[in-house]
Ligand binder design. Structure first.
Ligand SMILES: *[C@@H]1O[C@H](CO)[C@@H](O)[C@H](O)[C@H]1NC(C)=O
Ligand SMILES: *[C@@H]1O[C@H](CO)[C@@H](O)[C@H](O)[C@H]1NC(C)=O
Ligand SMILES: *[C@@H]1O[C@H](CO)[C@@H](O)[C@H](O)[C@H]1NC(C)=O
Ligand SMILES: *[C@@H]1O[C@H](CO)[C@@H](O)[C@H](O)[C@H]1NC(C)=O
Ligand SMILES: *[C@@H]1O[C@H](CO)[C@@H](O)[C@H](O)[C@H]1NC(C)=O
Ligand SMILES: [Cu+2]
Length: 163
């Protein structure tokens, strides 16, 4: 029979795990590559982004040295590397941090010279935006799943404390 201390300790671990799964995360765009003209073209950013699961509240950090900027643009302008109609103010100071505040696909390019055409561009699909759904990794704990889980935990705890 598990001791009360054992059950409480286990609860603490489980709670920490669940909180960890839902806490906002900070991602440096491109990882150790940072924000630059990627060797080998845009693939570096495409595969970096495909490897992550972005959710509402997460923060992107664009980190660079030298002359670059960050322009958030429409999908069409992303495809054509046009920064003149940027959605937000073009950011010219590193690091630039942006919070992903909605379930959308965000498109970012560098507006300096030919950098975007050389591959300095990244699209980020958040939460249940359509591209994100197709990128999605392992399923996350749903609200209903969490409720059922906690019902079992509380039941176990009640049995333990009353014995
Ligand atoms: C994808 O993630 C795995 C595990 O974290 C890592 O080993 C791999 O290098 C990543 N790939 C890219 C392209 O970032
Ligand atoms: C930004 O880049 C610099 C040098 O390239 C690196 O030392 C630093 O750790 C990076 N910061 C982040 C938040 O990735
Ligand atoms: C951006 O995020 C990085 C990494 O978390 C942090 O070191 C830096 O202070 C932040 N910069 C701003 C302007 O918030
Ligand atoms: C974003 O999508 C997730 C599912 O991936 C959903 O749980 C969440 O409520 C959505 N958030 C917003 C702000 O629409
Ligand atoms: C994402 O989920 C939210 C809340 O569940 C919903 O309102 C929104 O329509 C969904 N968006 C997409 C693109 O499925
Ligand atoms: Cu650039």
């Amino acid at each position: 029979m598990a001791s009360k201390v054992g059950i409480v300790g286990w609860l603490v671990v489980v709670t920490a795990t669940i909180m960890g799964a839902t806490t906002a995360e900070t991602y440096t765009v491109g990882g150790s590559l940072g924000w630059k003209i990627p060797p080998g073209g845009a693939t570096a950013y495409t595969s970096w982004a495909a490897n992550e699961t972005f959710k509402v509240g997460d923060i992107l950090v664009f980190n660079w040295t030298g002359t670059h900027n960050v322009a958030r643009v429409s999908k069409a302008d992303f495809n054509n590397c046009i920064s003149s109609n940027a959605i937000d103010t073009i950011q010219g100071t590193s690091p630039y941090n942006i919070t992903l505040s909605s379930n959308d696909t965000y498109y970012f390019i560098c507006g300096v010279g030919p950098h975007c055409n050389l591959g300095q561009k990244v699209s980020i699909s958040v939460g249940n935006s359509s591209a994100a759904a197709s990128n999605a990794g392992p399923p996350r704990l749903t609200t209903a799943g969490a409720a059922a889980f906690w019902a079992v935990v509380v039941g176990l705890l009640a049995v333990s404390l009353s014995s």
